[in-house]
Design a protein around this ligand. Structure first.
Ligand code: ADP
Ligand code: TRP
Length: 320
């Protein structure tokens, strides 16, 4: 089984990215041939500062490795190091109905938020389909917000197969129900674009301050607190042990504990959960050559895997 996923280098890694995409991807690397990449071509649709793009890319590579991506098991590379992906994106775009892209939420959301309505932003799902189809991927672990893009990918694969014969394998999304939507500081979906993120490699003081700033209601200390839709509980569940989580739910219901105390417990759990990753990250930061070598080797392998698929596509459509 071939497992593939990508993540854009468009900001610092936050809890939503980690639990929505990274941790499932890392767990899956044990179960098949995994390919994970940094979607730098996609990030160009929103990051316009070259120095920032370089930094985000490098930091994301370090963070992914620190979080447990094992380069001995998974092929780890930068999207732009495999030029065939843009060729495949073009070929796919020639069979992509405009209506299919016009229906995509992510384009509508991004332009509604004021991002420039560029062709790249519009065609984003086509490049994503190319990412997935170029490596004959079977399974794609992503957060729920990427579900529609997986549907577009399957639609395009089916379309090519109808037009040109059996060219592509149909990939399946893998979306874990338990972490499909990680809540942010305000209780809404955690996302860079909502400014409600908790970065996992934040400095201790900053992290604590952020967590203490989680939005809560005005229930007095002595009264029971609502457990439904609580960002504190939603986040605590991801990082605390089962017993600790159950105890916090109980304390919410019992009343007598203020939100400040719950937030302190959440901070402690978060800090502890990421301690091993922080240690590994410090090692990687001290040895930059190691990361370069992982990405170089990853690019070589990814290009080797893409080659035969691309040759198959070129033959099928009449370019070869
Ligand atoms: P952002 O919304 O902060 O811009 P991205 O869109 O770059 O994050 O998401 C990168 C990956 O992390 C995707 O697979 C996405 O599904 C996942 N992800 C991001 N935020 C969350 C969240 N709040 N809950 C679950 N998964 C998330
Ligand atoms: N669009 C994804 C995101 O914003 C990143 C991505 C690009 C991706 N290409 C991919 C994810 C291919 C999975 C497979 O998070």
């Amino acid at each position: 089984m071939r497992i593939l996923s990508g993540i854009q280098p468009s900001g610092k890694l936050h809890l939503g990215n980690y639990f929505g995409m990274m941790r499932p991807a890392i767990e899956l690397q044990e179960q098949g041939e995994a390919l994970y990449f940094i979607a730098d071509l996609h990030a160009l649709t929103t990051v316009r500062d070259p120095a920032a793009l370089r930094n985000y890319t490098r930091e994301l590579a370090i963070d992914f490795l620190a979080c447990g991506l094992d380069p001995a098991r998974a092929c780890f590379f930068r999207q732009s190091d495999v030029p065939a992906v843009t060729e495949l994106a073009w070929i796919l775009s020639t069979v992509t109905p405009m209506g299919l892209l016009e229906r995509c939420h992510s384009y509508k959301d991004k332009t509604a938020r004021g991002l420039a309505a560029s062709h790249g932003l519009f065609a984003y799902p086509v490049l994503m389909a190319a990412d997935i189809l170029l490596y004959d991927s079977d399974l794609v672990p992503v957060g729920r917000d990427q579900k529609q893009h997986l549907e577009v990918t399957r639609d395009l694969a089916i379309k090519v197969n109808e037009l040109y014969g059996d060219v592509f394998k149909l990939p399946e999304p893998s979306i874990r129900a338990d972490t499909a939507l990680v809540p942010g500081l305000d209780g809404a979906k955690m996302s860079k674009s909502y400014g409600n993120t908790i970065e996992i490699f934040e400095e201790e003081k900053v992290l604590k301050k952020k967590i203490m700033g989680i939005k809560t209601d005005s229930t007095p200390v002595e009264e029971p607190k609502p457990t439904e839709d609580s960002a504190i509980l939603g986040l605590y569940k991801l990082m605390a042990g089962e017993g600790d989580y159950a105890a916090m739910v109980e304390a919410f219901r019992a009343g007598g504990t203020g939100y400040g105390d719950f937030k302190k417990a959440l901070f402690a759990a978060t800090w502890e959960y990421f301690a091993p990753m922080r240690a590994r990250r410090a090692e990687l930061l001290a040895d930059p050559g190691q990361v370069d070598e992982v990405l170089r080797a990853g690019a070589e392998k990814a290009n080797a895997l893409a080659g035969p698929v691309m040759a198959r596509v070129r033959r099928a459509v009449g370019l070869a």
